[in-house]
Design a protein around this ligand. Structure first.
Ligand code: ZN
Length: 232
């Protein structure tokens, strides 16, 4: 087994692995995802605020209608010619007037409350709008940075991939397959030397039978971490 070829392959691959990892862990990429989420939250929030605004609008219309009805009743009382009414009728009217005045004052308080809620809603709506705008801007900035990092890494990635493909041809297909499986699981390095009697990757001790096998074949798959162990 040409262990040197695999090691050469791995050395080259480690640069590619690092490049890929740095793109995976890219802060701008993470931030962009976060900002996208923030924008979504802000959007959902403004939909809810919109619903609340519609409810308030209904409340306002309702209060306005009630106010007009009570006000009309009140106006009717003032239009009456009191001189033509009996004492009882006047007393009844006075009571009704008091009641209407009370209702109107309650409705006025309602208006004030609705106005207060409206203004609170509006300020929250503006806050949400700003949060959305900020998230959108930050997302665009982060995405631009990440795209740049990605396109900067691309030529070297392509170059390394090409070299690896050509090196691959000189290595046992089975080993390459095993190697790629581990690498896809982000286990790196895949090929490790025997360290004492232990796997150079996971440090678990090999059985005597496995050590014999390793000595016989030159390589062995670790039973614990599935890395490829070789003898130095
Ligand atoms: Zn191991």
């Amino acid at each position: 087994m040409e262990i040197n070829k695999i090691l050469e392959y791995q050395t080259l691959d480690s640069e590619l692995f690092k490049l890929e990892k740095s793109l995976r862990d890219n802060q701008d990429k993470k931030m962009a995802a976060q900002m996208q989420n923030n924008a979504k939250i802000a959007q959902e929030r403004s939909l809810k605020l919109d619903e609340k605004a519609k409810e308030l609008e209904k409340e306002y219309q309702n209060a306005k209608n009630q106010y007009q009805v009570q006000k009309k009743k009140m106006d009717e009382i003032f239009e009456k010619d009191v001189d033509k009414l009996s004492k009882e009728e006047v007393e009844k009217l006075e009571k009704l007037k008091d009641k209407l005045a009370q209702n109107l004052s309650i409705l006025e308080r309602n208006f004030a409350k609705i106005a207060e809620n409206m203004s609170g809603l509006l300020s929250e709506f503006n806050k949400t709008k700003n949060a959305f705008q900020m998230a959108k801007e930050q997302f665009a900035r982060c995405k631009q940075n990440f795209d740049k990092a990605q396109s900067q890494a691309l030529p070297r990635q392509q170059e390394l991939t090409k070299k690896l493909t050509s090196l691959e041809k000189g290595i046992d297909a089975k080993i390459i397959e095993e190697y790629k499986k581990r690498r896809a699981e982000n286990i790196f390095p895949v090929v490790v030397s025997l360290a004492g009697n232990c796997c150079g990757g996971c440090r678990v001790e090999l059985s005597m039978a496995n050590i014999s096998k390793l000595k016989e074949n030159g390589i062995l798959t670790c039973e614990h971490c599935h890395r490829i162990i070789y003898l130095k």
